[in-house]
Design a protein around this ligand. Structure first.
Ligand SMILES: C[S@@+](CC[C@H](N)C(=O)[O-])C[C@H]1O[C@@H](n2cnc3c(N)ncnc32)[C@H](O)[C@@H]1O
Length: 206
């Protein structure tokens, strides 16, 4: 996507998400972020919608590779109640040592990364043994919805900064050696049906 496209997407992101955030999506974010413990990495932190939700953790490192998103995130750092740091990095190449984090968080990110398998391998690498990957991701549905998701995947990605409709995080975890502890398949409203269902889950780095 062009830099103008990234700037536009960053500018419209919060207003576009606001109706869903006030509904069930905000509650699902509370649930996911409430599971974070210790030293936390959040990948693809975007405009920092999750930031104010962190409490009782040691510190949070927020990675975000897109400059217009990072600028908005920087403007939100005052919302944080725990020590935070912003790092410019794609999820596929995390600039951290092995076994650095107790928790890695991803909300609505694996739909957008260029290589989700590489991103999950990096998540696994930077997690300490026994550390947890907690996620809220939208992706592949079933039946007629899946047909429409496949049809619309390419045009959707073109207008939404590379977001794909057809990915299923649950299918990608085993290859990254992340062991699902819990996966809930959800239909939060109001949310456009084409991006449902959401998958909220926890996977453990053995
Ligand atoms: C739909 S937004 C979600 C933002 C935020 N996580 C949230 O829950 O609102 C997707 C985010 O993933 C970021 N992103 C895109 N490619 C990425 C990559 N390769 N690695 C990490 N983040 C990426 C985008 O810049 C954007 O901030």
């Amino acid at each position: 996507m062009s830099s103008l496209g990234h700037r536009i997407f960053a500018a419209v992101y919060d207003p576009m998400m606001a109706p869903s955030e006030k509904g069930a999506l905000g509650e699902l974010r509370d649930d996911v972020i409430g599971r974070a413990r210790g030293t936390v990495l959040e990948i693809g932190a975007g405009t920092g919608i999750n930031l104010r939700r962190y409490e009782g953790v040691d510190r949070v490192v927020l990675t975000e590779p897109v400059a217009p998103m990072r600028r908005r995130l920087a403007g939100r750092l005052g919302d944080a109640r725990v020590p935070v740091e912003v790092v410019d990095a794609p999820a596929e190449h995390l600039p951290f040592d092995d076994a650095t984090f107790d928790t890695v968080v991803s909300t609505l990110v694996l739909c957008s990364v260029a290589d989700p398998a590489a991103a999950l391998a990096e998540v696994r690498r930077v997690l300490r043994p026994g550390g947890r990957f907690v996620f809220l991701e939208h992706g592949a549905g079933e039946g007629r919805r899946a047909v429409w998701q496949r049809r619309l995947d390419r045009p959707w990605a073109a207008v939404s900064a590379g977001c794909h409709l057809t990915r299923n995080v649950a299918d990608l975890l085993p290859a990254a050696d992340l062991h699902p502890e819990e996966i809930r398949v959800l239909e939060p409203r109001p949310t456009p049906a084409i991006i449902l269902p959401f998958r909220l889950g926890v996977a453990v780095a053995a």
